[in-house]
Design a protein around this ligand. Sequence first.
Ligand code: ZN
Length: 176
Amino acid sequence: MVTLAAGERLARARALAAAVPDPEIPVVTLADLGILRSVEEEDGRVVVVLTPTYTGCPATQVIADDVRRALSDAGIADADVRLTLTPPWTTDWISADGRRKLREYGIAPPGGDAPAGSAVLRFVPRTRPAAAVESIDCPRCGSSDVERLSQYGSTPCKALYRCVACREPFDYFKPY
Ligand SMILES: [Zn+2]
């Protein structure tokens, strides 16, 4: 095990936690999804705070275990991973990078644009206007001529859509 200076260890822990992939959509990281709230040090112990995406999403425990494993593999064995539900996660926390990766993966990202270049640990909950109209574009051809096939896609977090233009079905990451 390499001994790291405290500041170096914390920076390392932050980078490692941010890079942990989402277990359901491995192309996006926890930082991309805005799940990672903070990585701090408390009494010499690294404390990672996560906000789960959807309450009751079974992936939450997997994510916590993955973070713990990523840190311990790098020699940070005593990490404490905590979950916080307040304020609740919203799809607005998905970074611009995360939205692009979702689209490339074939999942239409939720409406509501994160500011370009939003910081990894940005923490600015926003309220969605009640009258917001979601514009859903086909992740393959970009057409907005789409129809909903089912309220649920491959997971309850997503809805199944089909593009009228290219006839391809795709998952839509539901805004939350
Ligand atoms: Zn299409």
